[in-house]
Design a protein around this ligand. Structure first.
Ligand code: ZN
Length: 351
């Protein structure tokens, strides 16, 4: 019963997301006045969301299922969300990002090689190490910069599924091949692929004080700065307590802080989001970043909340069927490639 309610609540939050506030979308300059994604705050927000969803989207679940795959008058389509996770290879043809970060897909995707200079991909069994070639190239360059600085080996978590689309668990975004999670812990050596399946994050936030924990070091800050100073990166999401630490220690070198955005959770990893790449006219960009380093009033509004910005526990429930650009139907159903791997990574560890 409890589980059912929690599933409903998450579904409602997701539906509310479709109505205009998708996860990690930052539609306004200010974060929402109340945290809507925290475990504790989920109840009232979810109740509201259920009401809203039932007013605006009165279709029962079976009706939604019936309309799956049929183009809607507004140029969108609803597709079986589970199908995206079942496709094992990218679609043929040129690489294209279609739609937004939280309701989109990826044509002609590419896999990031499981290991390379300065990085290793974790949890390969999830088959989420795909992205637009610009994301693959970014992560390879990022790894090289991490290695050059002697920071350790970056652990690359979820990117996107071979054809993007909604993920069965863990995220509302990561749909268009431009998002990647990189863990903040840098203490692990090169490991074989099996050993990389069952790692745990180090959580760097003390939620009582909303500060970083004693495990935090300059290396975590340098890792985030390395990503933020890359011109391909649009935004990086971290916990507000981490953003505060970066604001405090950055000194006069502050331009890169603008891209580092406070968000719920993100206490053990950063979420890196690239801008739309060239040659993807159907890619939907987010609103421009607000001016400044984001260390003032905006950060304070996150830190002053009664409920700390904790992570939402991932749901294993069936994901909602978001309204996606109609072009995604062809991506999902189109012929696939043999698994396209990025070229052999230079200098990496190969188990
Ligand atoms: Zn993420």
């Amino acid at each position: 019963m409890r589980r059912g309610l929690a599933g409903l609540a998450l579904m409602a939050v997701a539906l509310a997301g479709l109505a205009g506030t998708p996860a990690l979308a930052e539609t306004k300059h200010r974060p929402p006045a109340k945290p809507t994604h925290t475990a504790k705050a989920a109840k009232p927000a979810a109740t509201k969301a259920v009401k809203k969803a039932s007013q605006h989207k009165a279709k029962p679940a079976h009706a939604v299922r019936k309309s799956l795959g049929k183009p809607l008058p507004d140029g969108t389509v609803r597709l079986d969300p589970v199908a995206w996770g079942a496709v094992a290879s990218p679609s043929l043809g040129p690489a294209q990002v279609i739609g937004g970060y939280a309701s989109g897909c990826l044509a002609g995707g590419m896999a990031l090689a499981p290991e390379g200079a300065g990085y290793q991909v974790i949890r390969l069994s999830r088959v989420r190490n795909y992205g637009h070639p610009s994301l693959v190239a970014f992560l390879q360059d990022f790894g090289r910069r991490v290695e050059r600085q002697g920071l350790g080996t970056a652990l690359v978590g979820d990117m996107a599924q071979p054809r993007g689309g909604p993920l069965r668990y863990g995220h509302a975004s990561h749909q268009s091949g431009l998002d990647a999670d990189v863990w903040l812990r840098l203490d692990l050596p090169a490991m074989n692929r099996g050993a990389r399946e069952s790692l745990s994050e180090i959580k760097y936030v003390d939620y009582g004080a909303m500060t970083v924990t004693p495990s935090w070091s300059d290396r975590q800050a340098a890792l985030i700065r390395t990503a933020a100073t890359d011109p391909r990166v649009a935004r990086i999401f971290v916990n507000p307590a981490i953003k505060r630490e970066l604001c405090t220690t950055a000194g006069t070198d502050r331009d890169w802080l603008r891209k580092v955005r406070p968000w719920h959770g993100h206490d053990g990893h950063m979420h890196i989001r690239l801008s739309c790449p060239a040659g993807s006219p159907a890619c939907e960009e987010q609103a421009a970043l607000p001016d400044g380093d984001g260390c003032g009033e905006e950060l304070a509004s996150w830190l002053d909340r009664a409920v700390p910005a904790r992570e939402v526990p991932p749901s294993k429930a069936r994901p909602p069927s978001p309204a996606m650009p109609a072009a995604c139907a062809a991506v999902l159903r189109g012929a696939g490639t043999a698994v396209a791997q990025a070229g052999p990574a230079n200098g990496g560890f190969h188990p």
